[in-house]
Design a protein around this ligand. Sequence first.
Ligand SMILES: CC(C)(COP(=O)(O)OP(=O)(O)OC[C@H]1O[C@@H](n2cnc3c(N)ncnc32)[C@H](O)[C@@H]1OP(=O)(O)O)[C@@H](O)C(=O)NCCC(=O)NCCS
Length: 243
Amino acid sequence: MVNVQLHPLEVNPKTGEPFLRLRNHRNIILTPPREEDVEACIPLLNDPRVCDWLAGPPYPYTLENSRWWLGIIKAEADAVLQQLEDAKDDPTPITVGHCPVRSLREVQEDGTDIYIGDLGVMRCRHGELMGSGAVDWANKEAFEERNNSIAVGDSSIIWSMGDYLAPSHHRQGIMSDAVSTVLLDWGVPRMNIRHMWVSTFTGNEGSMKVFLKNGFKLIGSYEDCLEVKGKIRGLNLLEWRYE
Ligand SMILES: CC(C)(COP(=O)(O)OP(=O)(O)OC[C@H]1O[C@@H](n2cnc3c(N)ncnc32)[C@H](O)[C@@H]1OP(=O)(O)O)[C@@H](O)C(=O)NCCC(=O)NCCS
């Protein structure tokens, strides 16, 4: 019997793996990270159409980097799935602190799937912007610590999202759909997400549009505010509130 705590995740009857199907692109699913993603994500994260727009992953992105990161995100997903398993006899959906599915996969006609990207939800890492308006690097850590210390399920947490998609799948509406699906089908009902901040590098028109189409509002633009992989970049900050 399927654990009701997984709702609205479905379960692959062959593998037992939970997944979330995108609302509109029904052949695209999100699953927990798999060991095989260690290698599958490397070409994507070394492609300038992807990595030039990402602050986090180092460049070049190596197998070692990938193993390290997969270890972190797989542990997060596994922990939530274990919590849901432990609560399986509770008929009321519990509130959790992570989304257990984040690896985007395109399901092929024969039922196999290919890795096409990632959409992660995390607590906001822009403590430098959580002060009174100006960029405040001195208090970045303190603001982030405060946000990180708020209990799971509390509506005052500021959340964030980060994403990338294989260039072969760009501009087909996939990430717009994925953001909406993750936010509305898991983030709001299962994590009690009510407030989000996301940031995009200045000039990242695709990412801006993905968020604007999902009801995010531009609340700040910061020129030349950080150095990433040897380049000075500006940031646009967008906010979403549950209404
Ligand atoms: C940003 C990214 C995730 C967008 O994913 P996507 O699935 O291609 O986006 P969508 O197809 O949902 O596009 C949403 C809108 O943006 C437009 N768009 C997408 N890419 C664009 C680009 N490079 N330039 C201008 N507009 C773009 C689309 O045409 C669409 O507009 P429309 O609804 O008016 O037709 C993808 O381009 C990507 O992986 N980029 C590299 C990594 C990255 O930037 N991640 C985000 C970091 S903040």
